[in-house]
Design a protein around this ligand. Structure first.
Ligand SMILES: Nc1ncnc2c1ncn2[C@@H]1O[C@H](COP(=O)(O)OP(=O)(O)O)[C@@H](O)[C@H]1O
Ligand SMILES: [Mg+2]
Length: 317
């Protein structure tokens, strides 16, 4: 395929979310890959003037590489829709639902998929009742954040309110879930396929911001080490979960296992990290797809964006 088909491409990065720094790294890596492939790509650090920049710059396509609020939640996707500019990844609905850990889990529950149980946590929630229902330890997190920002592990009822306060710094909605210790897996999705699972083993308590982007001692296993049948089963659940929330193009579904080895869906990421050390590139590599090829394939998905969105509508009927 000739890269001239893509036209002038804007790589949208940066933005104003708490994951701005991560997005600038992912965006630069994507931009460099597109330039190496001869695509007419230009980086845009997204701010309030982005709509004008996009229309005045005569862009034919956007590679969205923003993380978090304003970029991963349907907001920039809505801007692109109204400008009539095709873009990579999920549309408005798939982005908004995936960003919201409460809404996406409600959809998975309704679809009969194994969403990790949760409750909304309020400032006035009674810690003893929450612990009675969900047990200990617990995970407390903002509903719409990323990069593990605002997440706490709670081992005693008295820690619940401070954990709520920490999460509430980032979102008006806070959720609480049982803390699972049986292992962490993630499934990257590219187009209509799932890539090999990755097992993640953080050195500290969990896969926090430091373990994600700074630590040298986080271990990633790809192949995951799961028996073939089990791997296939989790990959299929991931793909169904991805489609259930209306996600498209590419993304990454996170799982946690409980002590009995049962897998629970934690979240779907519609705009996962894309530096060459990130998880999606790692899974792609295991499937024989190098970083530059991966970036071009994600961009090529945007050529079929409309028809795919329509296909999801048909599938949902
Ligand atoms: N219920 C839980 N039990 C155990 N660990 C958890 C739980 N929820 C989150 N974590 C840990 O926190 C990390 C980030 O949580 P996640 O819900 O995926 O939010 P984010 O959008 O910030 O990635 C996970 O990768 C995992 O290591
Ligand atoms: Mg996650």
């Amino acid at each position: 395929m000739s890269v001239t088909r893509f036209g002038k491409v804007a790589v949208l990065m940066g933005g104003w979310s708490s994951e701005r720094a991560v997005s600038l790294n992912s965006g630069s890596a994507v931009l460099q890959a597109l330039l190496r492939r001869g695509v007419d790509a230009h980086g845009i650090d997204v701010g309030p003037g982005v709509a004008r920049q996009l229309s005045e710059g005569d862009y034919q396509r956007a590679f969205v590489m923003l993380h978090g609020r304003g970029g991963e939640d349907g907001v920039i996707q809505g801007v692109l829709e109204s400008l009539g500019i095709p873009y990579t990844g999920s549309g408005v609905l798939g982005s908004a639902l995936s960003m919201d850990k409460v809404k996406s889990k409600q959809i998975w529950q309704a679809a009969g998929l194994p969403a990790l149980p949760f409750e909304l946590l309020l400032e006035e929630s009674n810690p003893a009742s929450v612990v009675e229902r969900l047990g200990l330890p617990l995970a407390v997190k903002p509903a719409r954040e990323g990069s593990s920002i605002g997440i706490s592990k709670v081992t005693q009822p008295a820690q619940l309110l401070p954990a709520w306060r920490e999460a509430a710094r980032y979102d008006t909605q806070v959720l609480v879930e049982p803390w699972l210790d049986g292992g962490e897996y993630t499934a990257a999705i590219l187009g209509d396929e799932e890539l090999p699972l990755i097992r993640i083993e953080a050195a500290g308590e969990f896969y926090d911001y430091h373990a994600k982007y700074q630590a040298q001692d986080t271990c990633y296993y790809c192949p995951s080490g799961l028996p073939v049948e089990r791997e296939r089963e989790l990959r299929q659940i991931a793909l169904r979960a991805f489609r259930a929330v209306g996600a498209a193009g590419w993304g990454r579904v996170d799982f946690l296992l409980d002590e009995q080895g049962k897998a629970w869906l934690v979240e779907n990421n519609t705009l996962p990290g894309m530096t060459d050390h990130s998880l999606v590139p790692m899974a792609a590599q295991a499937a024989g797809i190098g970083f530059d090829d991966l970036v071009v394939r994600i961009l090529a998905e945007s050529l079929e964006y409309r028809s795919r969105e329509e296909m999801h509508v048909v599938q949902a009927r």
